[in-house]
Write a protein that binds this ligand. Structure first.
Ligand SMILES: *[C@@H]1O[C@H](CO)[C@@H](O)[C@H](O)[C@H]1NC(C)=O
Ligand SMILES: *[C@@H]1O[C@H](CO)[C@@H](O)[C@H](O)[C@H]1NC(C)=O
Ligand SMILES: *[C@@H]1O[C@H](CO)[C@@H](O)[C@H](O)[C@H]1NC(C)=O
Ligand SMILES: *[C@@H]1O[C@H](CO)[C@@H](O)[C@H](O)[C@H]1NC(C)=O
Ligand SMILES: *[C@@H]1O[C@H](CO)[C@@H](O)[C@H](O)[C@H]1NC(C)=O
Length: 453
């Protein structure tokens, strides 16, 4: 009994320090001795007189003292009234909130005054007084937020083969804004979708079980970018696939990172940060060519004007030609081609490097932290958008769901997202439509270089 009291006193004293700013406390601790409920008995339901003074306020021994939002039970309530060994009673609050006359809203364990406006994730909430008899309450707008606890917790609890997290850069933003400014690829038009996949001749059995462009061509694969709040995945993935292939085809003699901003700012009616079409992006690179990142760096906004004009030699655009090449013209590509199925995509990556894919992004994808992604039913099927990304490799992994095949894909949301900026997604099942519109091109490496190499 002695040690119990001692431990209890220590807890109360430490609580006192933390709460002393919120209300006045008696200087003497005599009323901490108890007994409380033992003296007055235990009461059913709510009975405000079923109380004892403690630390300058009142504690209670009625059923009502055990509420989820406020605990004002006396220290011996649990042991005396219920025979339970709970030794950490919470501090009693100064006043009991009468149900009908409060002048504040209790919302997620915090009290807010009438008319007070707060931000709860992406939602704006206000404490409003509904009328005389009804207690005030917090009313929030109905925005769907980019990060929702239900999704993060749901994904992690249900074991979908991947884990979710809260990203501070997405917290407080709406899903609508995420779909508009974190993606940015318009759905391919019907005639583009009808484009015939190329025929490839290879033995599917000969393909390796796993492959990663980053390991095969470590120097030529461009790093993860962050598109920021600009729907530019159409431009970023296009520039990145062309860059990778320049390095690979030239065996490093034309190792370059091409400018996504060049596409974003210079494509006539290109769509800018509001999203663009891949076929138009590729047609532009094929026809006019683009400059390198250094010459026209990414700003991620609409208002960056096209500082390199549409076409012309590199020097005329104010750019420096690459070190090892005799290149004078902008970087161009050949005609874009489409890959038809899983093994065709694998063969293409193995032989020529990363490819461009378009995925349908659902709500839960924004919270992806790691593992092999598959869409969960926690996302509404009605809220989604198209996004283009770069498939750099594939593999398979033993998981709780058995052996799972995946694609390794570069995203453009910075390296702090996903697996160092990459994500893995189920392969062979057209997950999120990733296998339905996969494109590749041949980069037009300087001819003199090709002869040399
Ligand atoms: C106190 O409240 C909690 C949460 O509402 C509940 O789980 C628990 O059973 C209650 N205890 C008693 C003794 O009523
Ligand atoms: C998510 O992260 C933000 C910023 O770091 C933080 O303010 C917020 O409380 C976090 N949300 C959850 C549910 O942890
Ligand atoms: C994909 O198509 C090629 C023909 O282009 C075929 O040889 C191969 O078996 C197909 N692979 C799959 C997984 O269907
Ligand atoms: C880009 O411009 C459009 C209008 O043309 C505007 O709606 C959008 O907010 C701008 N986006 C950014 C990121 O500046
Ligand atoms: C992938 O799924 C989409 C939507 O269901 C469909 O239109 C497309 O043809 C599929 N692609 C492949 C390669 O199965």
């Amino acid at each position: 009994m002695e040690t119990w009291h001692c431990a209890f006193l220590l807890i109360i004293i430490s609580l006192l320090v933390s709460i002393s700013s919120s209300f006045r406390v008696n200087d003497d601790f005599n009323d901490l001795q108890g007994p409380y409920c033992e003296r007055i008995g235990c009461c059913q339901n709510r009975k405000d007189t079923c109380s004892q003074p403690v630390m300058g306020t009142l504690c209670y021994c009625d059923d009502f003292c055990n509420r989820t939002e406020v605990h004002d039970c006396c220290p011996d309530y649990w042991s005396y009234c219920w025979g339970l060994e709970i030794t950490t009673p919470l501090p009693p609050s100064t006043t009991r909130h009468p149900p009908a006359e409060t002048k504040s809203c209790l919302f997620k364990n915090t009290v807010y005054g009438i008319q007070q406006v707060i931000k709860d994730n992406c939602r704006t909430c206000k404490c409003v007084n509904n009328g005389f008899q009804i207690p005030p309450e917090m009313l929030c707008d109905t925005h769907v937020c980019l990060i929702e606890n239900e999704i993060v917790d749901g994904v992690n609890a249900q074991g979908h083969g991947w884990i979710a997290t809260n990203y501070s850069k997405f917290w407080g933003e709406t899903l609508e804004r995420g779909l508009q400014y974190r993606l940015g690829t318009l759905q391919p038009q019907k005639d583009v979708m009808r484009m015939n996949p190329v025929k490839r001749y290879y033995d599917p059995e000969s393909l390796p079980l796993s492959f990663d462009s980053n390991t095969r061509w470590p120097r030529y694969i461009v790093g993860i970018q962050d598109q920021q709040w600009c729907g530019s995945s159409w431009a970023i993935s296009t520039a990145a696939v062309a860059s990778d292939r320049y390095g690979i085809i030239s065996k490093g003699l034309e190792e370059v990172q091409l400018s996504a901003q060049n596409l974003l700012s210079c494509l006539p009616r290109g769509g800018g940060c509001n999203g663009g079409r891949l076929d138009r992006a590729w047609t532009f690179v094929k026809k006019y060519g683009i400059v390198d990142e250094q010459c026209f760096p990414y700003t991620g906004n609409n208002f960056t004007t096209c500082s390199v004009r549409r076409s012309g030699p590199l020097r005329a655009a104010g750019c420096t030609p690459p070190k090892y090449s005799e290149r004078t013209e902008r970087y161009k590509v050949g005609p874009v081609y489409r890959l038809g199925n899983e093994t065709d995509i694998m063969y293409e990556i193995l032989k020529s490097g990363p490819v461009q894919a378009t995925i349908k992004v659902y709500h839960d994808f924004f919270s992806y932290r790691g593992g092999i992604y598959r869409r969960t039913d926690l996302s509404s099927p009605h809220l989604q958008g198209y996004h283009s990304v770069r498939i750099v490799g594939w593999g398979q992994e033993m998981t709780s769901r058995g052996l799972q095949k995946y694609w390794k894909v570069a995203n453009s949301w910075g390296t702090d997202w996903g697996e160092d900026g990459y994500f893995r997604i189920l392969r062979g099942t057209n997950e999120s439509e990733i296998e339905s519109f996969v494109l590749a091109v041949w980069s037009e490496v300087d001819r003199r270089i090709l002869i040399k190499s």
